[in-house]
Design a protein around this ligand. Structure first.
Ligand code: FAD
Ligand code: FES
Ligand code: MG
Length: 360
């Protein structure tokens, strides 16, 4: 894919453009742009990062002036401090961590490997937000088994996580593709958010499609409204927005917009497969973020292997994003179930208050 993030052409000359967040537009205007004075794409790409960094600094300065001084929290010697926690439902919770280096390096689409305590198992979690100024990253977790339920109990503001490694994975290849649809289902809503913001900042026309079981489970509607040109909410029970699955929202978006260039979907594999099938007849490029079982996260163990276009890939180092029309979802879903007995046993042992060995 040709990487033209933040670049656009005026006449034959390449320019850099970065969108200004709405709250700062009175001070900085709608976007910041500058000519790179070159007609050569490769030269423009090389010059781009410095200009983007300069623009980001201007935006950060303006934000500091607007918000007043911030007080970055230090990393604890015995782990990474949880600076905030919010519960979205009985099973879904947000953790904000102080980790300035990670916040600085994080890009949309990446994840971290977390070990919550000294004897805990390592689990991958998507970086759902990052704030370079405050030096924090945000994780949104669904309590599904032993480790995520244990974290739900232990991880409160002021406590620490034993280990947080990242950012892992290849960042999303976001470019101003024109009209882009970002689809998040349930927890995937949090995972897709950094991409929504980055696409809007790159000047794309952003359509968000978010799906929840019901109105009570909706979260981050304000954050999505801030960065989406159009936001379509879907609920399984019809208590808010469109009554139905995200595929109904996708159909509505395709019907309204003939010129959708790309769709990115994050959620359970069954949802991502349905999204890929919804776009296939329309020939819309579709990217999905795969969630196979990961162990080391370095491409060494092979645990996260997936089949894409008939080839074996390791989601931790080759992904996690892949062409949704090429993914073998049956293979993925089969592999996600392969330790179900051990996971069940680990959960039971933990629930009984015994210190059982962690399941993978
Ligand atoms: P278990 O009972 O051990 O497992 C429940 C199910 O989770 C299993 O059946 C299996 O399908 C899956 N799972 C178990 N272990 C792993 C593992 N090591 N790696 C991946 N999946 C596993 N979950 C979130 O809540 N929020 C996120 O932001 C998030 N982002 C992810 C990003 C990536 C790249 C990947 C691969 C997974 C992500 N997950 C996320 C899934 C999360 O890692 C699992 O839900 C978690 O590991 C389950 O652990 P458990 O012990 O609580 O449950
Ligand atoms: Fe081991 Fe990807 S997690 S190869
Ligand atoms: Mg587990």
């Amino acid at each position: 894919m040709s990487d033209t993030r933040y670049l656009f052409k005026r006449g034959k000359t390449w320019w850099v453009k970065i969108s200004v967040p709405p709250s700062l537009r009175p001070a900085l205007g709608y976007d910041l742009r500058r000519s790179l004075r070159t007609q050569d794409l490769e030269t423009a790409r090389q010059a781009r990062s410095q200009v983007v960094a300069e623009f980001r600094e201007r935006i950060a300065r303006a934000r500091r002036e607007l918000d007043g001084p911030t007080d970055p929290k230090p990393v604890q010697a015995d782990g990474y401090q949880i600076t905030a926690r919010e519960d979205f439902s009985d099973v879904t919770y947000l953790l904000e961590l102080s980790h300035p280096m990670l916040a600085e390096a994080a890009q949309p689409g990446q994840f971290v490997l977390v070990i919550s305590h000294e004897h805990g198992e390592r689990i991958p979690l998507t970086i759902a937000d990052f704030d370079r100024e405050a030096g924090t990253i945000t994780l949104v977790v669904q309590a599904v088994g032993k480790t995520t339920r244990e974290m739900q109990q232990r991880c409160v503001a002021g406590s620490t996580l034993h280990s947080v490694v990242g950012p892992m994975g290849i960042p999303s290849q976001l470019e101003n593709a024109g009209k882009t649809v970002f689809v998040g289902g349930g927890l995937g809503v949090a995972s897709i958010y950094p991409q929504v913001r980055a696409a809007q900042e790159a000047g794309a026309y952003v359509i968000g499609v978010v799906g929840f079981r019901n109105r009570e489970l909706i979260f981050w509607e304000d954050k999505f409204n801030r960065y989406c040109d159009q936001l379509i909410i879907c609920t399984d029970d019809g208590s808010a927005g469109i009554h139905g699955l995200v595929t109904k929202g996708i159909e509505a978006a395709i019907e309204e917009h003939e010129d959708i260039a790309e769709l990115v979907a994050i959620g359970p594999p069954i949802m991502m497969r349905a999204c890929a099938e919804a776009t296939r007849p329309h020939g819309i490029k579709t990217t999905v973020s795969l969630n196979p079982i990961m162990v080391d996260g370095t491409g060494m163990c092979g645990g996260c292997r997936v089949i894409v276009g008939g080839e074996m890939k390791f989601a931790c180092v080759d992904g996690p994003e892949f062409d949704g029309h090429q993914v073998d979802f049956d293979h993925l879903m089969g592999r996600l179930r392969r330790f179900i007995e051990q996971e069940k046993q680990a959960l039971e042992t933990w629930a009984e208050g015994l210190t059982g060995a962690a399941a993978p």
